[in-house]
Ligand binder design. Structure first.
Ligand code: SF4
Length: 433
């Protein structure tokens, strides 16, 4: 595969997959910019770098289609070079080289210096926390660790991201300070397993220590926690959520299922009883905390009875936010030896059943917010509405607060107190107080 000179070519970064990929693309763009390269995000460029996702079927398909799209554009002479990085490339490099040879080069998830070299740039170690933020300027993701040590049997992420490596607290504080100087007010903490943070570096769970440092960063007003893990949950974090106003009363904790046999087969290290005990602890310590979770239906051995157990549990627990996905039979995961015995149409029907139930729960919970006033941050204006969020809502995945624009003016990226006047399943309507 020939490599042409990069020089002053415009480099277009295309990001697929999760917020961790968004973060990695931002770091890559920060490095390129520091090397004097012209870099854009999902725009027109002479050279394209596709940061792929290789998690489950749908995501893999989207990544492959995007690669093919840009290879066709290259064959039409619209782009000069196509580079591919990220999880799909890490996981399937030999197959991709064979199947789509027109890509100039494939890189793994830990090949940033090599990728930069191919783009005519040098990796700059001194750029701690420097990146080109692609989210609206008032919020940004902060990836606190890479990789995962957990053995979840359905999950291919450790195959693509390797073992857990925590970023030192000092570096994360420097990064947060730089982001705050750029106008970031909301930090969204992400990792594969947020609650594992520090075990490698400090030989203890140090998410609490990190939070107590981040709340001192001037300009940061909201800190949000995503991707917590149920087993070994550090309870000091609950105290901090309760006592630190900057730490949102919000936790995202994928629980995946509730049936003890399936949790065992999933190698989640927990059970029905332990999960409920943890949720009860959450509600006892931080009563108005919004709990977001993610569930998998159709895991091998999920009988109708086991599914109904989970559905009844969702009805009882009344999560504030919930996402549900069909099990994807991923090669090289430990669950791959199990028979993928739940038909696809049954998996999809079960997702619908859960999400129908959750829509009703979300509607009922939103009715309880009518008449109350919440501090909201506004992300954008859409049609006749300003679109914002309460501290109980993460961008792109949770509820929004809609304020009519015809008789109100709200600044994007600023906070405002909003009184809720009406509510639907996933949207609240309100007026400026
Ligand atoms: S915690 Fe489990 S599901 Fe999450 S990334 Fe790690 S192995 Fe995958």
């Amino acid at each position: 595969m020939r490599t042409k000179s990069v020089g002053k070519k415009k480099i277009n970064i295309v990001t697929l997959g999760c917020s961790k990929n968004v973060y990695d693309s931002e770091v890559l763009m920060g490095q390129l910019q520091a090397n004097g390269k012209e870099v854009v995000h999902e725009d027109k460029g002479d050279i394209v770098v596709i940061n792929t996702c290789g998690f489950i079927d749908n995501a893999k398909e989207e990544s492959i289609n995007t690669i093919l799209e840009y290879v066709e554009a290259k064959n039409r002479g619209e782009v000069e070079q196509v580079f591919v990085t990220g999880c799909l490339s890490e996981r399937y490099k030999p197959d991709l080289i064979r199947e789509i040879p027109d890509v100039d080069q494939y890189f793994g998830t830990r090949d940033l210096p090599l990728l930069l070299k191919h783009l005519g740039a040098d990796y700059k170690h001194e750029l701690v926390g420097e990146r080109m933020v692609t989210t609206p300027r008032h919020y940004a993701y902060l990836k606190i660790s890479e990789g995962c040590d957990r053995p979840c049997s359905f999950c291919a992420i450790p195959l693509m991201r390797g073992k857990n490596i925590s970023t030192p607290i000092e570096n994360l504080v420097i990064e947060a300070e730089k982001l705050a100087k750029k106008g970031v007010k909301e930090l969204i903490l992400i990792a594969q397993d947020l609650t594992y943070y520090g075990l490698d570096l400090y030989k203890k769970r140090a998410l609490g220590d990190l939070l107590l440092r981040l709340v001192t960063v001037e300009g940061i007003e909201w800190i949000r926690l995503h991707y917590a893990f149920p087993t070994g949950f550090p309870e000091d974090v609950l105290e901090i959520i309760k006592n630190e106003p900057k730490v949102c009363n919000y936790i995202d904790i994928p629980l995946q299922h509730i049936n003890s046999d399936l949790l065992k087969a999933m190698k989640r290290g927990t059970s029905h009883e332990k999960t409920n005990a943890l949720l009860a602890k959450f509600r006892q310590m931080v009563p108005d905390m919004a709990i977001r979770t993610t569930l998998i239906v159709g895991f091998p051995g999920e009988t109708e009875e086991k599914f109904q157990e989970m559905k009844e549990w969702v009805r009882e627990q009344r999560f504030d936010r919930l996402g549900c996905f069909t099990y994807s039979h991923e090669e090289n995961t430990t669950a791959y030896v199990l028979k993928d015995d739940v038909p696809q149409e049954v998996k999809e029907a079960r997702v619908e059943e859960i999400m129908e139930l959750q829509s009703q729960i979300s509607w009922e919970k939103n009715q309880e917010r009518i008449g109350k006033t919440y501090r909201c941050i506004f992300d954008r204006k859409e049609g006749n509405y300003f679109v914002g969020r309460t501290e109980f809502d993460s961008p792109d995945v949770d509820n929004t607060v809609l304020v009519p624009a015809e008789n109100t003016y709200l600044s994007i990226g600023e906070f405002a107190d909003i009184k809720i006047t009406s509510a639907e399943e996933f949207d609240l309507y309100g007026e400026l107080v």
